[in-house]
Design a protein around this ligand. Structure first.
Ligand SMILES: *[C@@H]1O[C@H](CO)[C@@H](O)[C@H](O)[C@H]1NC(C)=O
Ligand SMILES: *[C@@H]1O[C@H](CO)[C@@H](O)[C@H](O)[C@H]1NC(C)=O
Ligand SMILES: *[C@@H]1O[C@H](CO)[C@@H](O)[C@H](O)[C@H]1NC(C)=O
Ligand SMILES: *[C@@H]1O[C@H](CO)[C@@H](O)[C@H](O)[C@H]1NC(C)=O
Ligand SMILES: *[C@@H]1O[C@H](CO)[C@@H](O)[C@H](O)[C@H]1NC(C)=O
Ligand SMILES: *[C@@H]1O[C@H](CO)[C@@H](O)[C@H](O)[C@H]1NC(C)=O
Ligand SMILES: *[C@@H]1O[C@H](CO)[C@@H](O)[C@H](O)[C@H]1NC(C)=O
Ligand SMILES: *[C@@H]1O[C@H](CO)[C@@H](O)[C@H](O)[C@H]1NC(C)=O
Length: 393
């Protein structure tokens, strides 16, 4: 006697898999400082001392984003630390300290920053040439390693005074903090490592840093946000019922509608609320929904054949505070080993584990507009609400 797997049966098993996927999405948020999809992902900050000065040193600081898919988006990174002694920053290139602090004891030359715990940010695009360094001036935006390794680093140069002037007397800065943007990263102590070697552009000469230290920062979704930032809803060609995002996935609606929490899409004060918060504010301002998530991923099983199945993924932005750019969607699914085709978007497998794959979906605004009119398996709707809203205004 044969055993027949009916299409309904196999669909059922797929839906089970999808539900597991939802559970995974929720549990992902409570794992601390460890991302199963990118276990070695980290941001490494490297300080290379390139020369000693009369009262300190000149260093090039480079932030490398070694995370596979988590990029740093506008308004960009900010890096803080606490000096070990009474160091000051005489000058900076390709970055700036956000506050000068009290430099009143300096006569003549006034330092760029005298704070014990300075915070440095990137300069904006269009910075004059003489204030730039390599890899600077992108407003603190850094790509992820998988998306664009060429743009996965950011650097600035600083001249430090009242510091040690040899590799025995210099003291390493302490207590590094990285906001990228908003909380989420924890940085380890700075560690002296082998001096970096630099190759000249014609590859005929190698120079090396006088001294190098590294700081490694790792991301924890739990630190960044106690609740998930997305939810998944499901449907299939086979049944009209949509399984919505679970209620209160990212928070519950507060009863008092005026006291924030969320905004009704047709609220008269929406324009003023949104403009008062400024663009790309890290705090989400979500549209009122039962799930209260800034992002919803809808997974629709379009076809379910014996040989293959096809899914349409729709991503909706419910966050009035954010235009998501260069985003990517990470999906874990047992069948993605055999993913044969994605439409409209690039995709790439996350290599560490063969069973873990990802859809790599870079796209921006104009691309989105184009996507709305085309018919494809994977549609990108990130930002549609914000866009409609601004078109309406
Ligand atoms: C940081 O990431 C890089 C690149 O993936 C890896 O080589 C390095 O070991 C990681 N560092 C730590 C401390 O995990
Ligand atoms: C400091 O420099 C000396 C000689 O230049 C070298 O032998 C030593 O390893 C260096 N120490 C550190 C911590 O880099
Ligand atoms: C390290 O930085 C954090 C945040 O800026 C601060 O709360 C903490 O007190 C600092 N710790 C030390 C030892 O400076
Ligand atoms: C220090 O960081 C640089 C750049 O990320 C990396 O190439 C080097 O391997 C790191 N060194 C150690 C010992 O982690
Ligand atoms: C669709 O799904 C709902 C909920 O699971 C179920 O009650 C209904 O009978 C299904 N309809 C069909 C046509 O299978
Ligand atoms: C808010 O609370 C009032 C009374 O406490 C109740 O009548 C109303 O239904 C609640 N509204 C919502 C949306 O829960
Ligand atoms: C989103 O992008 C649109 C179009 O580029 C722009 O007009 C709007 O100000 C942006 N909104 C935010 C919150 O950055
Ligand atoms: C991928 O497809 C091959 C043959 O088409 C099959 O043998 C294999 O089990 C599939 N792998 C997964 C993970 O589904």
């Amino acid at each position: 006697m044969g055993f027949l797997v009916s299409p309904m049966m196999s669909l059922f098993s797929k839906v089970t898999v999808l539900l597991l996927f939802v559970l995974w999405c929720a549990s992902f948020t409570s794992t601390e400082a460890y991302d199963p999809l990118d276990p070695t992902g980290n941001i490494t900050i490297k300080w290379d001392i390139i020369s000693w000065t009369a009262d300190g040193y000149v260093a090039v600081v480079t932030i490398y984003n070694f995370q596979q898919y988590r990029h740093i988006q506008a308004p960009g990174w900010s890096l803080g630390w606490t000096w070990a002694k009474k160091e000051v920053i005489w000058s900076m290139q390709g970055g700036q300290a956000t506050e000068q602090g009290d430099c009143s004891k300096f006569k003549g030359n006034v330092p760029h920053c005298c704070k014990k715990s300075p915070t440095v940010v990137d300069l904006l695009p269009g910075t004059p040439y003489n204030q730039q360094t390599a890899n600077c001036c992108k407003g603190g935006v850094i790509s992820s390693w998988a998306q664009d390794p060429a743009n996965a680093a950011s650097s600035f140069q600083l001249s430090v005074g009242s510091a040690g002037t040899s590799n025995r007397t210099v003291r390493l800065p302490k207590n590094f903090t990285l906001k990228a943007p908003g909380p989420g990263y924890t940085c380890a102590r700075a560690k002296i490592v082998k001096p970096t070697r630099f190759m000249s552009t014609d590859k005929r000469r190698i120079t090396q840093a006088l001294m190098t230290w590294n700081v490694t920062c790792t991301y924890s979704q739990f630190l960044a946000q106690k609740t998930p930032s997305c939810c998944v809803s499901l449907s299939s060609f086979y049944n009209d019922t949509i399984v919505p995002c679970p209620k209160c996935t990212c928070g519950c609606r507060r009863n008092n509608s005026d006291s924030g929490g969320c905004v009704e899409p047709n609220a008269p004060h929406l324009a003023s609320v949104v403009s008062s918060l400024g663009n790309n504010n890290p705090m989400p301002l979500v549209q009122c929904t039962s799930h209260m998530c800034p992002i919803r991923v809808h997974w629709h099983v379009k076809l379910n054949y014996k040989q293959y199945w096809r899914v349409k993924v729709t991503i909706t932005n419910f966050n009035y505070n954010m235009n998501y750019t260069q985003w990517n969607l990470v999906v874990q699914h047992p069948n993605f080993d055999n993913l044969t085709q994605t439409f409209s978007f690039n995709y790439q497998s996350l290599s560490p584990y063969s069973a873990i794959s990802k859809l790599h979906v870079p796209c921006g605004w104009f691309y989105l507009l184009y996507k709305f009119v085309s018919f494809s398996s994977i549609e990108c709707k990130m930002g549609i609400l914000i866009m409609l809203y601004f078109l309406d205004r």
